[in-house]
Design a protein around this ligand. Structure first.
Ligand code: ADP
Ligand code: AIR
Ligand code: ASP
Length: 288
């Protein structure tokens, strides 16, 4: 249990989405993101729960946001609060889903009839309007400007950040035997005290928002397993987290005692992992 003095005060719920809830944070300009086990696909047509997903996604997103901060990508992440919650900076979400693709898959394969897995000549960036009502249509820069969704400078900034994020994540995942096929990210506007506005990476980067294939076997380790009823969903998410070193080798459980009992005698993969027992939320260094 956390010391009550350090307990982060959670305010009212301000939004309930398909995979996360947002609560007012302890200070103005902050929000608590709560990761649920709920999963949806194909714009809410398919619904279900993936046991333990929220806990794993909270960890994975924390880890990736921190690694990205280290290479100078500005993100909304402030700190992890508990197993399912993280404190983030409140931003005005740019209503675009920015997708980067390294290989053909999903809607790209369907739209252009390109076989899944085919290597693209270079990473491509696409934008979709964030609108469940309209089924997230693909939009061009002209649409973005004409509909005043973002300014040209912001679009340039988001594309450039998206490609840097892709470069970095391709290497990060490849290092643990995973091929990054594609991913979706969201950006937000942060209003600074000096009147300036900056673009931050917001939302999450997890197996819900990426396509991740095992390098050797091509096995899918992401939400496509849920989308296409492939089974082994929780196990796939756990495998990604385990390879990144953010959870121990044992299954993720929210019952602390059970979790520690179940931990096998196997050697942890890195010193980082020994510290990261799933029973104790961690406060990352360098962020308050
Ligand atoms: P959806 O809204 O598509 O159902 P989620 O269930 O993941 O998706 O809900 C999370 C919501 O929080 C998303 O709409 C996302 O745009 C928004 N969001 C993510 N990060 C921030 C942030 N830092 N500030 C404000 N809103 C955010
Ligand atoms: N994505 C798109 N909308 C929601 C999500 N999570 C992600 C998918 C995939 C990438 O964006 O998980 O990694 C491209 O999706 P699609 O369906 O356009 O091929
Ligand atoms: N996240 C979107 C939905 O819930 C799209 C998807 O992941 O397939 O429908």
């Amino acid at each position: 249990m956390r010391n009550s003095k350090t307990k982060t005060q959670k305010g009212a719920m301000i939004y309930e989405g398909k995979a996360k809830q947002l609560f007012e944070g302890p200070e103005p300009g902050t929000i608590i993101q709560h990761f649920k086990d709920d999963a949806t696909a194909f714009n809410n047509q398919k619904k279900g729960t993936i046991s333990g997903k929220g806990v794993i996604n909270n960890r994975i997103s924390e880890y990736i946001m921190l690694r990205l901060e280290e290479i100078g990508i500005p993100t909304h992440f402030i700190r992890t609060i508990n197993m399912r919650e993280q404190l983030v900076r409140a931003v005005e979400i740019v209503p675009l889903e920015v997708v980067v693709r390294n290989r053909a898959a999903g809607s790209f394969s369907k739209r252009f009839q390109v076989p899944e897995g085919e290597l693209l000549p270079y990473p491509i960036v696409e934008c979709y309007l964030k609108s469940d009502q309209l089924n997230d249509p693909l939009v061009t820069d002209e649409h973005i400007f004409a509909l005043d969704l973002a300014h040209p400078q912001e679009v340039e900034e988001m594309y450039s950040l998206a490609l840097r994020i892709n470069d970095f994540l391709c290497g990060l995942f490849y290092g643990v035997g995973i091929r990054l096929i594609d991913f979706k990210i969201e950006f937000g506007r942060a209003y600074e005290e000096d009147g300036g506005v900056s673009i931050l990476l917001a939302d999450e980067i997890t197996p819900d928002s990426c396509r991740l294939w095992d390098v050797k076997t091509g096995e899918k380790l992401d939400k496509d397993r849920f989308r296409h009823d492939m089974g082994g969903i929780s196990e796939a998410y756990q495998e990604v987290a385990r390879r990144l070193g953010v959870i121990p080798d044992a299954p993720v459980t929210e019952t602390p005692k059970a979790a520690s009992k179940k931990t096998p005698a196997s050697k942890p993969r890195s010193p980082r992992m020994t510290k990261l027992t799933i029973t104790k939320p961690r406060t990352p260094k360098g962020k308050k």
